[in-house]
Design a protein around this ligand. Sequence first.
Ligand SMILES: *Cc1c(COP(=O)(O)O)cnc(C)c1O
Length: 401
Amino acid sequence: MIPFSPPRIDERTIAEVTAALRSGWITTGPRTKEFEKRLAAYCAVEKVIALNAWTNACELVLRWFNIGPGDEVIVPAYTYCATANIVLHVGAKPVMVDVLDDFTMDPDAVRKAITPRTKCIMPVDIGGLPADQQQVMRIAEEHRSVFVPNGEVQQQLGRILVLSDAAHSFGARIGDKRVGAIADITGFSFHAVKNLTTAEGGALALNMPKPFDNEALYKHFNVMSLHGQSKDALSKMQTGAWRYDVTMAGWKCNMTDLQAAIGLVELDRYDSETIPRRKAICERYNAAFGADARFVAPVFADAGREGSYHLYMLRLANAAEVQRDAVIAAIAKREVSVNVHFIPMPMLTIYKELGYRIADFPNTFNQYSREISLPVYYDLTDAQADTVIAVVKEAVAEVMG
Ligand SMILES: *Cc1c(COP(=O)(O)O)cnc(C)c1O
């Protein structure tokens, strides 16, 4: 059986987690702080805060920006539910828009969706290919005059906040900038299936324009992520430094040093091993599927951007949803694990009940209904990739004739 995306766990990972355990410091501490510094250097941003998941990290951002009932947040219809779920958590309305053929959010659809209630736009770098974040930043600038600020933070920005969902795209590039250094704030996920993992985990790259102080914002998110407590466990450890205050009813979503220990190993070999291996697998698949008229191969790079090779999002050239499903069953029978990224949010019960209709997002449905994600992970061998290719082609021949 070829699995879909097991994490890379080797003796080095085990040794670093063991060292963290033996150090006696297992919650947020020196390893988390080191991981944050190295993430910030990698993305070339002033500050990065590491937290326990993309979901909680980005929800803190919406709360910090004072987004709530009556507000709208623009998201693509084609993404994992987390992107819109956090909007519901804060009581605001996810406004969904359709995607382009490369799966990223359609900037023209974003323009049309803006209203005086729009507080945030969340482009998603699906599969690791960056959405046109620069254009989304321009759209936010161009709509300054329609923005109705509520509260001090919104007043200070004076426009729609751009929060990038970069759960898939750590290390991806737009022009000469890494993802993280383009949008106002970027959320990364280090969940077990993502390119860079800490088992569970996430981070925010803080790139707010002046007059925002990203250092102060980093401190603020630390406090928000620890019950509003003015001192974290590490600073309270200093002899005699026991007294603290609580300034807000905060949340609890800090990263532990056990997670950071995994992350430091992952980051160390990300550019030298992880990305080159993932890229080689994706290129091997592209060589096999790109020239075969029965398939549409995904885009990984073009003149302005290069993705992170997170998912290999293959599409069947001409297939109805039921045929795609039958192809997946025929692949599974041959002991290869594949997936579909993603079931569009308007097709999920919670969003259907809220009145979203997939018919309003025709290109989202068109891409989804033909999509099959193939295994991509560090330990996948060339021989296994060739098995995947052979099995997919056999399955398509069996189902489609
Ligand atoms: C995985 C994922 C998330 C959520 O990340 P967590 O770290 O699991 O909270 C958000 N958006 C997208 C597109 C994802 O794939």
